[in-house]
Design a protein around this ligand. Sequence first.
Ligand SMILES: [Zn+2]
Length: 279
Amino acid sequence: MQLNQKIYPIRFENFKVCGEEMITKKDWHKYYPSKDGKLTNWALRSVLFEKGGRKILIDTGFGNMPSNEFLAQFHLNGGFSLEKQFSEFGLKPADIDDIILTHLHFDHCGGCLSTEGDSVVSTFPNATLWISQQQWDTALNPKDKEIDSFHSATIAALKDNYKINFIQEEGGYLPGVLFQLVHGHTAGQIIPVIRMKDKTFLFGADLFPSSAHLDPHVNMVYDIIPELTVCEKENFLNQIVDNHYYVIFQHGLYIECCSLKRQKETIVIDKTFKICDLF
Ligand SMILES: [Zn+2]
């Protein structure tokens, strides 16, 4: 397998939800295209990369553990196959050494597990999971409006099927990867910053789920502390421009990755890219 210091996008199935849930603006349709009336179609993009001899994956999509009835409400579409994508890289799920779970909302961690008949097994049998302690504690005991964002059977099965490293604070736990923490969307969301040769990528997770969310005041209805998300985005936007990071959008269907620039008082997109074209 020859990843050789490259970062690859991995796609799980796209999902559809009401536009006003993903973008808390009355005129949300001005920020993100909709071809289905109130519904908007979003990507589920992860990245896979090799660094320091380790093969590392960030987030794992919905998986097949939630019931068909549960998944049906998201109108999954796209026809992506994890096996096919892995085989194109000469890889198997068993080759993955580490999985960084940015957080444990069902669309980010469900793919760690697979159902085989009546039993649940790990999709990546040799991987160690990296999760923040705050996020784990939240997932075990979610409050109020966040309850529906966790799939409790998945959370319980993660502990039974994986070795988990719980991180207590920000830092460099894997080669070339800085783990930063934000708390507005959910407590202890990890924002990974990945150094690859001469380029640095910030994985936007649910802090910057799409290019529309680069505007600090365009947020998701799921954020537990929206005003904190605004501050966190303002801080990160400066960090991204000052350090010339590329931003990867986990949920943006149309724009995969971009660079940013200052324009008068604001920070805006400079250029857009496909991740695979940056090497
Ligand atoms: Zn998400």
